[in-house]
Design a protein around this ligand. Structure first.
Ligand code: TRP
Length: 361
């Protein structure tokens, strides 16, 4: 199949820090799998413009994290000859399309977006909310539609963004009587624990601003220390007490990351996670033992990722070149969509012959 026949996938990440396990299970992992099917043309975007919407006074943070995130992508298993990596701020279509789309979205619709609502609350913006932040769902619709992406592998928190994008697509195609824009669909992780991974503190979401993350780049010692100090079941005080496995981050992580082979290797007294959970609920199983197992699970998963990262980090010019080439490709593809969009709206004065011919003074 040639590239033009392949269905398109697009995702992005804000470069506000290195990527963590929440990113990995929520989306990165799916991107690697999709990449390796060879069935899609995949774009992965470093969303520096979106990161600026609440970091206008702190651009250095974003600058610092461009190559950091690129390394995390490569470490996770994305490959530049199979996936196009690009930087959002260098793709002109991503500035132009939001200008057209913003006229198709009402303020009250933006205010109802649950992700935006939650983020505003988390950041205590109140009246100091930057306009750019409020409208970033429109910019995100441009990111997706500029490439005519059909699939967007994301975590659950991004579903409202996709809903909003679909509304923009359908309004655009209806108003301008065309079928240019494509309605995207989310690809969610198949394991529920992965959709919205809790933090090591048991908080609702792993998030850099909450300080409850395990990073893909964490070294062995840091991982161990984070796992061993994880929040568990506060009612499980003595080893003999019955414990709760629901809402217990240690068990949630085991749901997300462990498999039966790991039991055979590191904890052969139990066949699988169900047996371990049963023992914990019954009482007589200490948190330390479970955490030691989780540490082994995490180390096994993160070691190859960390090693790949170290390898790629050796050649910084090659990293930059990956981004530069990918960005060039992204510009070329998205400019085609912009041309179609301008034609559909009828603002193609210089390229459309009939524009002047039909002008009657
Ligand atoms: N909003 C996403 C995040 O916070 C980043 C992002 C920007 C994105 N543009 C996108 C994700 C387009 C998917 C598709 O991580």
């Amino acid at each position: 199949m040639s590239n033009t026949e392949k269905e398109i996938i697009l995702t992005g990440d804000r470069p506000t820090g290195p990527l963590h396990l929440g990113h990995f299970v929520g989306s990165l992992n799916n991107r690697v799998k999709l990449q390796n099917t060879g069935k899609y043309h995949q774009f992965v975007m470093i969303a520096d413009l979106q990161a600026l919407t609440d970091n206008a006074e702190n651009p250095e943070k974003i600058r610092q994290n461009i190559l950091e995130v690129t390394l995390d992508y490569l470490a996770a298993g994305l490959e530049p000859d199979k996936t196009t990596f690009f930087v959002q701020s260098h793709v002109p279509a991503l500035y132009e399309l939001p200008m057209y789309y913003s006229n198709l979205v009402t303020m009250s619709r933006l205010e109802r977006n649950p992700t935006i609502k939650a983020e505003i609350k988390l950041r205590n913006f109140e009246r100091n909310l930057p306009v750019g932040f409020m409208t970033y769902p429109i910019s995100q619709a441009a990111d997706i539609t500029a490439f005519k992406a059909k699939f967007v592998p994301v975590g659950e928190d991004q579903l409202p963004m996709l809903e909003q994008t679909r509304e923009i697509v359908s309004a655009f195609n209806r108003i301008y009587k065309c079928e240019i824009l494509v309605e995207p669909q989310a690809i969610l992780p198949d394991n529920e624990a992965c959709c919205r991974l809790v933090g090591t503190d048991g908080g609702t979401k792993m998030s850099k601003s909450l300080g409850n993350c395990i990073y893909l780049k964490d070294d062995e010692k840091t991982i161990k220390q984070k796992v061993m100090s994880m929040f568990t079941d506060p009612t499980h005080i003595n080893v003999s007490d019955p414990g709760h496995t629901e809402n217990n981050p240690v068990f949630i992580y085991l749901d997300a990351f462990s498999n039966d082979d790991m039991f055979a290797e590191y904890l052969p007294e139990y066949k699988n996670l169900e047996e371990l959970k049963e023992h914990y609920r019954r009482g007589g199983l200490g948190d330390m033992k479970v955490k030691k197992f989780l540490n082994n699970v995490m180390q096994e998963m993160l070691k190859p990722i960390r090693e790949r990262r170290e390898e790629y980090a050796k050649d910084k010019s090659a990293l930059l070149e990956i981004l530069r080439k990918g960005t060039e490709h992204a510009i070329e593809i998205s400019n085609k969509t912009v041309d179609e969009v301008r034609n559909a709206i009828g603002i193609n004065y210089f390229s459309d012959q009939s524009f002047k011919d039909n002008f009657i003074d």
